[in-house]
Design a protein around this ligand. Structure first.
Ligand SMILES: [Zn+2]
Ligand SMILES: [Zn+2]
Length: 170
């Protein structure tokens, strides 16, 4: 995906605080952009699609089967490791050493990001793509908190104050 814009929240600070892989890493976990190529077997996105990248998930565990991919049983290895599940990475430095480039299955603080079919969500191409990145984490976290934890359903109003480092776009 060619990155058009990316949001930022506390998750992108976590490796500096010790919650991430050792060594160099490309961060970014709220990417939005245009699909430039797809791998074999990909059916839900095509070249030219506008997509928002979100949390990666396995698609085969009980949580994924239950429609809760954000709580995937493999969430740590697929999102916080910085590498693919098999330990590989799509990026190296100039000397050929591996660089972690799968932060949240995307590493979208770059010109291009490689995601999975599961964490690339097509969006309406008429929407302002550079602004949509926060939908992939901050906005859905805030919306999920409102609709689930606060049981604020459709048609009901809520109010928030004191935006936190998690759950709201910058
Ligand atoms: Zn899963
Ligand atoms: Zn986030």
């Amino acid at each position: 995906m060619r990155v058009a814009g990316a949001g930022f929240c506390h998750t992108d600070v976590m490796p500096r605080e010790g919650s991430g892989p050792d060594g160099p890493i490309v961060l970014g976990h709220e990417g939005a952009g245009v699909v430039e190529a797809v791998g074999p077997g990909v059916t839900s996105v095509v070249v030219g699609d506008h997509v928002v990248l979100t949390v990666d998930s396995c698609g085969t565990c009980a949580r994924c089967d239950h429609g809760e991919p954000a709580y995937c049983e493999r969430v740590r290895e697929r999102n916080f490791a910085g590498f693919r599940a098999d330990g590989s990475t799509p990026m190296t430095d100039a000397a050929g050493a591996p660089v972690a480039a799968r932060w949240f299955g995307q590493s979208s603080f770059a010109s291009h990001a490689i995601a999975t079919e599961r964490n690339a969500v097509p969006v309406d191409p008429d929407l302002p793509l550079p602004l949509l990145g926060p939908l992939g984490c901050s906005m859905q976290t805030g919306a999920g908190a409102s609709s689930s934890s606060w049981t604020c359903g459709p048609g009901r109003a809520s109010s928030c104050s004191g935006p936190a480092r998690w759950g709201w776009p910058r």
